[in-house]
Design a protein around this ligand. Structure first.
Ligand code: SF4
Length: 123
């Protein structure tokens, strides 16, 4: 079986074709103009990774939500479980940009961190 994809590593956008074995592993690649594209195609086919950006509830804050992102990409197949963990989380104000909101989420080796600061609600 063959699979084609567009490399997104640089603006050249090479079309890479991968020949897959019966287990879905890459056995041959063609169309990549450089090794970075081959590495991208191999990972995207065999173990696709994604970054997530979302928001987490803030209690007692000047804003109800704080925007967050992952510190490292996670496996694409774990996105729904990670999004559920993010949806279930809340953090007390104040929050500083860079604060770890969920450490090593689901044991995937990536933290969920705040990308902005939220002050405490004025009284
Ligand atoms: S294969 Fe190499 S040259 Fe082609 S788009 Fe990917 S990174 Fe760029």
């Amino acid at each position: 079986m063959n699979r084609s994809l567009t490399c997104i590593v640089c603006p050249n956008g090479c079309t890479i074709t991968a020949e897959l074995d019966e287990h879905g592993a890459v056995c041959a690649l063609s169309g990549a103009a450089c090794p970075r594209g081959e590495a991208y195609a191999r990972q995207e086919i065999e173990r696709p990774m994604r970054m997530i950006a979302s928001s987490v509830r803030v209690t007692g804050g000047a804003a109800p939500l704080v925007s967050v992102r992952m510190t490292k990409p996670i496996p694409k197949g774990e996105i729904m479980r990670v999004m559920e963990a993010i949806r279930s989380a809340s953090v007390p104000a104040p929050v500083a940009a860079g604060d770890v909101i969920i450490a090593d989420v689901l044991g995937l080796g990536s933290d969920v961190i705040a990308t902005r600061s939220i002050d405490q609600k004025a009284v």
